[in-house]
Design a protein around this ligand. Structure first.
Ligand code: ARG
Length: 458
């Protein structure tokens, strides 16, 4: 029998051409051709086990599907009018290749359980790519941090000079955020690994198909327990979009730091020529476009997440065509995130850190906390010590000198606990080395961070 459309039986008039265009998803869901074929082959095997396909038909179907896949792989697959989506297109082509047995493949299955299965398969394998790139960025940070552990710089809060820190400690703060992203990814994979196939359109599978063995043939850990939930579930997409937004935000914050640090006002880093661009008007310009794009795309990833959440909100139960938007959100997010991860990795790898500029940006006022700690070590209670150190800062300001230039006498006027050993406080490295407790900026602690991250990466 000739069928123009998979669902054409009850229709007498043809679809409006504008609706046809809007309804069609083949232009983007063809990216899942391999997963669609993988799912169909496994489904054919499952049908054979319950005698809905003969051994011969199953072989024909699987061989035919292998041929369809080769056509896609070699870019020879020709989509035709009426190929509404990847599922329709593959089935149409299979029928052209093997004839009638192709029409038996879809029994008990719906595009509703098929599409969500395909997406889970696609996302599962592509998340591995993203995981790899995030880890390679972490690796770049680790390598730099190990080499550049002796570089000191101002650490900021509120973008005001706060306390001296190691450049490596600063860099590693970004690596730890990215590590959390990798950990979060493992949770998404758990959601993905529950197979929806066998849920049909919404009511389940009427032929008592063995879903457990179907799941293990597709490498899923388990199967969904409610068919209505399964066909309407896109939580894993929403989680992926949120995850990508979070990575995007982490990259954007890193980018923002580096944009500031590469400005003439800071000059802590120089972005490599390969990741900078010039101005068509001002010959002197070196613009950190790479970082600005990361920052911009970081925002647009959350836009995707947000817009998809709005698609989900108030959807009636089970499958609704609104859900077709999930693929654009998934693919766009994947592509954008991948590109900014790659650019971030290259930018961080190639930038030059200007050790002297970092060091020269340190100022003795940043040691005011150390003055308070000095007094604490002389048994002054911390609140009093903080107050007295504040007085030291005010006195230096009043005299128009740096706090380290106040005489011992002047200091003693503020607190009798000051002594000649205060001289040791005016040393940035000494300051940094106090922070030896886990997570601090002392060299031993930074080295430990590197060791932990390296071990985790292995
Ligand atoms: N292309 C559709 C999608 O991506 C496949 C599912 C279609 N199902 C349906 N009942 N119209 O969502």
């Amino acid at each position: 029998m000739e069928h123009k459309k998979l669902w054409g039986g009850r229709f007498s008039a043809s679809t409006d051409s504008n609706l046809e265009k809007l309804n069609s998803s083949i232009t983007f869901d063809k990216r899942m051709y391999a997963e669609d074929i993988e799912g169909s082959k496994a489904y054919a095997e499952a049908l054979k086990k319950i005698n809905l396909l003969t051994e011969h038909e199953t072989t024909q179907i699987c061989k035919g599907l292998d041929r369809v896949k080769i056509e896609w792989d070699q870019n020879l697959f020709e989509t035709k009018e009426g190929d509404e989506d990847i599922h329709t297109a593959n089935e149409r082509r299979l029928k052209e290749i093997i004839g009638e047995p192709a029409t038996k493949l879809h029994v008990g299955r719906s595009r509703n359980d098929q599409v969500v299965t395909d997406m889970k398969l696609w996302l599962r394998s592509h998340l591995q790519d993203l995981d790899k790139i995030v880890k390679s960025l972490i690796k770049v940070i680790i390598t730099r941090s190990a080499h550049e552990i002796d570089i000191m710089m101002p650490g900021y809060t509120h973008l005001q000079r706060a306390q001296p820190v190691r450049w490596s400690h600063y860099l590693l703060s970004h690596a730890w955020n990215l590590k959390k992203d990798c950990d979060r990814l493992d949770d998404i994979v758990k959601l993905i690994n529950i197979m929806p196939l066998g849920s049909g359109a919404l009511a389940g599978n009427p032929f008592n198909i063995d879903r457990m063995s179907l799941a293990s043939s597709l490498d899923f850990d388990s199967v969904t327990q409610n068919s209505m939930q399964a066909v309407g579930d896109r939580d894993f997409i929403a989680e992926f979009l949120f995850w990508a937004s979070m990575v995007g935000i982490h990259l954007s914050r890193l980018a923002e730091d580096l944009i500031l640090y590469s400005s003439k006002e800071f000059e802590f880093v120089t972005i490599d020529d390969t990741y900078s661009t010039g101005s068509s008007l001002m010959p002197q310009k070196r613009n950190p476009d790479s970082l600005e794009l990361i920052r911009g795309i970081g925002g647009s990833l959350f836009g995707q997440c947000c817009s998809f959440m709005m698609v989900l909100k108030s959807l009636p139960s089970t499958y609704n065509k609104d859900l077709q938007y999930d693929k654009e959100a998934m693919f766009t997010t994947f592509d954008k995130l991948k590109s900014i991860l790659e650019v971030a990795t290259g930018t961080v790898k190639t930038l030059k850190v200007n050790q002297d500029k970092c060091k020269n940006a340190l100022s003795f006022e940043m040691l005011a906390t150390d003055v308070a700690y000095y007094l604490v070590r002389k048994e002054v209670p911390f609140r009093d010590a903080h107050f007295l150190a504040g007085k030291v800062v005010a006195e230096a300001e009043r005299k128009g000198v740096s706090i380290c230039d106040l005489t011992l006498e002047e200091l003693k006027n503020i607190s009798s606990s000051f002594d000649v050993d205060i001289g040791r406080v005016w040393n940035y490295e000494h300051s940094i080395e106090q922070y030896k407790a886990i997570g601090g900026t002392a060299k031993s602690s930074v080295a430990k961070q590197i060791e932990l991250l390296e071990k985790w990466l292995m």
